[in-house]
Design a protein around this ligand. Structure first.
Ligand SMILES: [Zn+2]
Length: 414
């Protein structure tokens, strides 16, 4: 007896209707029809069943800060300065309250896996880790939360940071990372992060090549360390906005390096579009990494939220499917194959980018699934439909239907 069978589902890239059997938290079988008896049978009525959404790069501890400090200027300098100021007043309760809002919405949106960066530095100490570790456990039945210990303010310029990073990893950090572009010694910064990764046998995640000045890419430093330490398949880079400014020949050479080093790239279009190219007074450049080209050359790519309603990104609600829509719009991806690619960026490939393998609608994969109220990938990307039924480890965890909508007679009669 199966725990659950979802019948009459549409799947990405597979024509026809499918039945998906769930057993013990995993997908047991995928067939056009299912004869196995099941405790629960759900009729998908031709709607699209996708793997659970993955938000591979978010900052829970910086979410919804705009409520505390609305922007006065709206530029990068203000975002850095004001956020630094707010950070000094964070309490564990405040971080948890804002993070809970994000996590609960995420579960309702169908995000079944998330990597949150967790700031650790002498200003904040271990407060963010202390706030988020209990939430990771508390919400585990709805979402797999990876905590990426993150040195936002630099390492070599912030005495004490290195020790704190190790303490945070010992407390239960899953991943280690930094933003080498804010460190006066990026090479040393990167080497320290890899040292810690080796010590704790964990994956690495850098915020990299985010600025839009003419300084050379820091990517070659990360590629070299990845090869030297044999950390292939364990390194993820967020932003990489500078890739948008390269010629196709330059980009192809870099893609070859990324592919051979097994380094994945996450574009963060909501932040990248808002923050990049501020010096352009007309024909403003977009500054979003061209993921479709990188994918053509074999690089693992994904897209993610980064920030929600703070000074770095004043917009968004934490729905990573809407980020896939934004990315499709910015990168001008219009075909149905490209829409399937965009969906892949926030599901299967997005999972791989943060080290989650064996993710998809296939036998043996975790039964982390979302039934969307649309019939195709193109419709999913076009509308980011709010109609979602969410399964985590084979269990129904959330369902959203559009609330009532009322038209008055005057609208219809014009
Ligand atoms: Zn970030």
């Amino acid at each position: 007896m199966m725990d659950c069978v979802i019948e009459n589902a549409a799947l990405v890239g597979r024509p026809g209707r499918w039945a998906i059997a769930l057993q013990d938290g995993h997908i047991a079988d995928v067939q056009p029809t299912m004869r196995a008896p099941a405790q629960t049978i759900i009729n998908a009525a031709g709607h699209l069943l996708i793997p659970g959404l993955v938000d591979g790069h978010i900052h829970l501890d910086k979410a919804f800060l705009l409520q505390q400090a609305p922007a006065q200027v709206g530029d990068f300098a203000e975002a850095l300065a004001t956020t630094l100021q707010l950070k000094q007043q964070y309490t564990i309760e405040d971080i948890q309250e804002r993070s809970r809002t994000v996590l609960e919405r995420a579960i309702a949106f169908g995000i079944t896996a998330m990597r949150s960066h967790v700031e650790v530095d002498p200003i904040l100490g271990l407060k963010s880790m202390e706030a988020l570790l209990p939430l990771k456990r508390e919400y585990a039945t709805g979402i797999t939360l990876q905590l990426a210990v993150f040195a936002q303010e630099g390492i070599t310029n912030q005495p004490g940071t290195e020790k704190l990073l190790r303490q945070a990893m010992a407390m239960g950090g899953d991943v280690i990372g930094s933003a080498p572009y804010v460190d006066p010694d990026p090479q040393r910064n990167i080497a320290i992060i890899f040292d810690i990764a080796e010590e704790f046998d964990c994956d690495v995640d850098f915020h990299l090549d985010f600025l839009d000045n003419d300084d050379p890419l820091q990517l070659p430093l990360v590629v070299a360390e990845t090869q030297k330490r044999q950390w292939q398949g364990r390194v993820c880079l967020g932003h990489m906005t500078k890739l948008a400014g390269l010629s196709p020949e330059q980009l192809q050479a870099i893609a070859a390096d990324l592919q051979s080093a097994g380094i994945s790239i996450l574009a963060l279009p909501a932040s990248d579009l808002y923050m990049m190219s501020r010096q352009d007074t007309y024909n403003v450049r977009r500054g979003v990494a061209p993921l479709h080209q990188l994918a053509d050359w074999g690089v693992t790519v994904g897209t993610a939220t980064n920030n929600i309603q703070n000074l770095f990104t004043p917009f968004g609600d934490g729905d990573v499917l809407k980020i896939a829509t934004l990315l499709a719009n910015v990168l001008q991806l219009g075909t149905s194959a490209q829409h399937e690619f965009c969906l892949d960026l926030v599901t299967r490939q997005g999972a791989k980018a943060i080290g989650i393998d064996n993710y998809g609608v296939e036998p043996g994969c975790a039964a982390d699934l979302v039934l969307l109220g649309v019939n195709s990938a193109s419709a999913a990307i076009a509308t980011a439909t709010p109609h979602r039924t969410v399964f985590k480890a084979g269990k129904l965890v959330a369902q959203t239907q559009l609330q009532s909508q009322t038209f008055w007679e005057a609208v219809a009669t014009g």
